[in-house]
Design a protein around this ligand. Sequence first.
Ligand SMILES: Cc1cc2nc3c(=O)[nH]c(=O)nc-3n(C[C@H](O)[C@H](O)[C@H](O)COP(=O)(O)OP(=O)(O)OC[C@H]3O[C@@H](n4cnc5c(N)ncnc54)[C@H](O)[C@@H]3O)c2cc1C
Length: 419
Amino acid sequence: MKVCVLGAGVLGVTSAYMLAKRGHDVTVIERQSEAARECSFANGGQLSYSHAEPWANPHVFPKLWKWMRQEDAPLVLKFSLDPHMMRWGTLFLMNCLPARAARHAEAHLRLGLYSKRVMEQMIEETGIEFGYINKGILHVFADQKEFDHARHQAEFQAKLGCDESILTKDEVLALEPALAHANDPIVGGLHAGIDASGDIHVFTQKLAALCAETYGVKFLYNRTVKTLHKAGNSISHVETEEGYESGFDSYVMAMGSYSAVHLRALGLYVPIYPMKGYSITFDANDETPIISVSDAARKIVYSRLGDKIRVAGTAEFAGYNDAVREARIAPIVRGVNQLFPKADLSNMSKWACLRPSTPDGPPMLGATPIGNLFMNTGHGTLGWTQAAGSAAILADTIDKRPTEIPLTGLTIDRNLIRL
Ligand SMILES: Cc1cc2nc3c(=O)[nH]c(=O)nc-3n(C[C@H](O)[C@H](O)[C@H](O)COP(=O)(O)OP(=O)(O)OC[C@H]3O[C@@H](n4cnc5c(N)ncnc54)[C@H](O)[C@@H]3O)c2cc1C
């Protein structure tokens, strides 16, 4: 089958890999000059398979009002005149209800555990090196209430087959000695042993190269998709700013935050909205972490990527504006100064990008109401973590094979409006 993948971020490239490996003739259309230049460029690096709790949850709900008036808050949900943002925000608030949050956490964990399995196979079969560190993720708590909440969440996840270890302060320091200098009063930690970390940009670029060299995948870079044209209930061809691409049997929507814009033009209104995040990258030294760390209260994550440290986090709504704002970099830097005060930030680079986020958390995978259009987008804060499993699900759906995990809560039909 001839398949056209739209977008060469981590979701587009892993989709291309899975499809090409199964013998499909794959073409990828991408507006940048190479793969992984947008949201899959400088993210937090965490393969946090165990991270199930969605942003929309009852624990976050009471904090939202306070965060709205706080420029450096981890999540800034704003009133907006943008109707898409208003709809997204309303759905987000509704999804903070306990039963919904529990359902979405289960869907995240189901996809996370599956993604770990598929990712490990991919690492083995491709041999790609990308600064992979398979030591788990250490969640650090300086606030007793946050720690209690995390223990409660860990008990819930244990019932779903995901075991995490609760740690004393001494055990936290034994696992990551660089935390010994922390200014925060660490009250405890949680070690998610199944998790890992690695460089999304290096991985995606190397996988794209392997796809082209080994499986003959065609990457059409510097092509900006303008319109997807329909004939009956199928996509007939793609109009780009540079010309037309046609002759495909199936299409995969993997254009990250921009997917929603193109789906709307096709009459499919899905609540995928850009949630802007920031990262900084600086040189590692003896006083920076090796194991990937999550600072639970600040919602900031740390990953060692070769000889660099990546620190990422924060969420704000700025429409499709991905400019770096110093006011949002400042809380990340403050967080580093609290947890790793001996880190050397003199050589720091800054980055911001737009996570393709759904208001309930999980992505949108698989079939759409348009016969030959398939989804692999909307992964929000977990696109790197869930890429491998999502790509396998996508390929199974296109091949009309049963997927290896149930797709409840992972498809486009939730909150879809047909225009
Ligand atoms: C600060 C930050 C930290 C993060 N940390 C983590 C983490 O630690 N772990 C984790 O699992 N996830 C993390 N994420 C989320 C993760 O990075 C994303 O979910 C993931 O990169 C999304 O990949 P994607 O392929 O869907 O989107 P993208 O990587 O944005 O790819 C979409 C592609 O489509 C292309 N495109 C868009 N429009 C067009 C068009 N009109 N024509 C042609 N091409 C087009 C774009 O150029 C882009 O290359 C983080 C995100 C951010 C912002």
